[in-house]
Ligand binder design. Sequence first.
Ligand SMILES: Nc1ncnc2c1ncn2[C@@H]1O[C@H](COP(=O)(O)OP(=O)(O)OP(=O)(O)O)[C@@H](O)[C@H]1O
Length: 349
Amino acid sequence: MELSVSHINLTLGSGRKTMRPVLRDVSFTVPDGAFCSLLGESGAGKSTLLKVIAGILLQDSGSIAFDGAAVDGLPPHRRRLGFVFQDVRLFPHMTVEENVAYPLRMAGVGRRERRARAQELIERVQLAGFGPRPVQTLSGGQAQRVALARAIAAAPAALLLDEPFSGLDESLRDDMRSLLLRLHREEGVTALMVTHDANEALMMSDTIVALDGGRVTQLGAPEVLYRDPATAKIAACFGDCSVLEGAVRAERFSVGEIALPAVGVPDGPAVAVVRQGACSLGRDGEEAGKPCAGEAVVRCGVYAGAAYLARLDVAGQTLTVPTAALPGPGEAVPVFIGVEGCFVFSRPS
Ligand SMILES: Nc1ncnc2c1ncn2[C@@H]1O[C@H](COP(=O)(O)OP(=O)(O)OP(=O)(O)O)[C@@H](O)[C@H]1O
């Protein structure tokens, strides 16, 4: 099913003083069978948007459509959606099988067919034999597998997932991501997942919708957001980086002794996001063929396993650069920064 979100606006709050716009003109389309992530920091409006799509909250204006047909007048239970939440929300008084079969019971599916589908799904989420178990006896990862099986049991029109793995240990998350992607592919179900983990969004999505302050700031394939981020926040969300405030003049960003290309950026205050992987010190940078960005003074260094991290002083700000050999504090060192990991944006003055 194609899921369309068109010009959604929503203001929330209990009194005039607390009313604030939470969603502002949000529009995007998730094609039939695609996996889309809603990415944004806390308070961006991700969960609120999921609730609007589910029909739990009603928007002030705009429309939600499934396969081109508006569903704004439909209550949540008639939207045929499957849900997975961070806090799992299994029915505690039911067994694993009863939980998975519940949406089928609600849909009026006969007992024998319900049992067969529940059994099949329990096996597909690698919990064969767990059917009669009370859900309170499950580990966090097992409970989330049951929640996934339950969410797809009644072949929903779309699957909505709200931070489904953030309550799990990192060691479990990768397994769960693979399982979810496999089920998504096998069922061919359209999926929309809320996450604040940019790398999770990169790994899992066909499309990412970046939300900030209730607005869509960028929409596109993971590669597009990674290689050509539209805002400094998006550039900075994909892992270790330094953020430097400076100014652009004649398409050059400068701060302290550091200068970087800023093609197309107008003159004025600006911010540069510099990914650690794009930076090298001294001879390492020359050998990698990166352009020299200038000199900076070593403030301190830390050991980070694969490399040392040199913390350099740039006009009172910190530029972190991985290095095989740590120079001493106070030493001035040439810094090399590859253009592919360096993004400059105008900053309102
Ligand atoms: N019922 C409400 N009344 C007033 N403000 C609300 C209400 N629900 C949410 N908000 C506000 O709307 C904004 C967006 O909230 P939302 O929960 O959608 O963000 P989020 O991106 O999902 O964040 P998180 O990752 O922390 O869950 C927040 O500033 C929140 O305080």
